[in-house]
Design a protein around this ligand. Structure first.
Ligand code: SF4
Length: 209
């Protein structure tokens, strides 16, 4: 089983590595070659090159939102989809303005589109955030299909929930990037829990003490 997380050798960042760990995934030469034949496909080739170039172009200078704008310009995208969470409506509106100012057409779809009660998918009242009230489901498949219908060139996720984001990625026809990863506790900075995982957040990360 591969465990790059535990590797102290990092032969993969060495131009002429002297040795690799025993369980290094780089021993799978066939698989690595296969991934290059995928990069060569028309649907991936330019996308991969541009994403690699954008990393260097604004390295340490551009915030992620600027990287998304510059990347989208370099890909010559015209129509950008925004799939956003109700809880980040304001942030999505600001993103929309930034994209329009940069010359893009935008389409945006909120997570609650459809206004469908949670009961419809079998969620009982006691498993709602606020029992006794009407709570609509998040509807990531519809978000993706609505953006597909509008033929967005590229989609941006703004704060979709864990799992709902995965379904959006699965059903989106266009490639997707995430601007904001939702974290209701940490002002959408999930890395904060990792940084404090041995301290203040230890008891919040797991039930095990
Ligand atoms: S690819 Fe190999 S050398 Fe690189 S981190 Fe993983 S195990 Fe280590």
């Amino acid at each position: 089983m591969y465990k790059c997380t535990h590797c102290g050798v990092l032969a993969c960042i060495d131009e002429h590595p002297e040795s690799t760990p025993k369980n290094c995934p780089m021993i799978s030469e066939g698989l690595l070659e296969d991934s290059f034949s995928e990069y060569e496909k028309d649907e991936n080739k330019n996308f991969h090159i541009k994403s690699t170039e954008i990393e260097a172009a604004g390295y340490g200078q551009w915030p992620r939102v600027r990287e998304i704008v510059e990347f989208s310009k370099s890909m010559k995208y015209k129509k950008i989809g925004i799939a956003f969470c109700l809880g980040l409506h304001e942030e999505a509106k600001i993103l929309d303005r930034i994209l329009v100012d940069a010359g893009f057409d935008t389409i945006s779809v909120i997570c609650k589109t459809g206004g469908t009660a949670k009961e419809k998918i079998g969620i009982s009242d006691d498993r709602k955030v606020r029992p006794g009230t009407f709570e609509p489901i998040c509807n990531p498949i519809a978000q993706a299909k609505l953006l597909n219908e509008q033929q967005s060139d590229f989609n941006i996720v703004v704060g979709l929930c864990v799992g709902h984001d995965s379904m959006f990625y699965k059903y989106s026809d266009a490639m997707v990037t995430t601007l904001i990863a939702k974290d209701r506790v940490l002002a959408h900075n999930p890395a904060g829990a990792i940084y404090c995982s041995n301290g203040y957040f230890k008891s919040k990360i797991s039930d095990k003490q």
